[in-house]
Design a protein around this ligand. Structure first.
Ligand code: NAG
Length: 193
């Protein structure tokens, strides 16, 4: 009540200034509630691209610029090589922020080469407060050489139901698989003969 009375007595310019300040302060207060982060950690990045550096995918609740032109990024993205069976993503909801995720699709389009991709977390849940690993696995069947196309789509929402992160529509990834030789090696030459 007291502040209302005060603002009535202020000049329009001062009122404007106070409103602006109030706006900035409420934004700052929102930031203090924390945010969503997702990245590929340096160790995993070294294995994937040879640079030991965190790759930020989502920072302060916003997707990294490289993800906006996803199609272009995808064209430069080679098939996941034979020696990589899984990729670790790390995520965290800082402070009091609540984020809910759902893996909507985990689907192999070449089931004779690779089974459906896997994740090591429940398909539906909330993003942990501590940095936590989501491991996405690419289960090659080992029956034949080839490249499998697959889809992984995830949706992340904040507590207000706003979509923070969503895999682009029609995002398709590729995984190179190899026929497993173990069976052959353990066989005697006569058996292969
Ligand atoms: C991926 O995460 C798992 C589980 O936390 C860990 O055991 C493994 O070493 C990680 N791999 C890489 C390449 O960082």
């Amino acid at each position: 009540m007291a502040t209302e009375t005060a603002s009535v007595l202020l000049s329009p310019i001062k009122t404007c200034f106070l409103l602006l300040l109030g706006g900035l302060m409420s934004e700052a207060a929102q930031e203090q509630q924390g945010s969503l982060y997702m990245w590929i950690d340096a160790n995993q990045a070294r294995i994937l691209i040879g640079f030991e550096e965190d790759i930020l995918i989502v920072s302060e609740g916003k997707m990294a610029p490289f993800t906006t032109d996803f199609r272009k990024a995808q064209q430069r993205m080679p098939a996941i090589p034979v020696n990589i069976q899984s990729v670790n993503f790390t995520w965290q909801a800082t402070e009091q922020a609540e984020y809910f995720y759902e893996f909507q699709t985990l689907r192999s389009m070449d089931v004779d080469i690779m089974d459906n991709p896997t994740v090591n977390v429940p398909l539906l849940g909330s993003v942990p407060r501590r940095p936590s690993v989501v491991q996405v696995g690419f289960p090659c069947l080992g029956d034949q050489d080839g490249v499998a196309a697959f889809e992984v789509t995830i949706l992340v929402m904040d507590a207000g139901g706003n979509i923070i992160l969503r895999t682009p529509h029609n995002a398709i990834f590729f995984k190179t698989c190899q026929r497993e030789m173990i069976g052959y090696l353990s066989m005697s030459p006569e058996m292969i003969g």
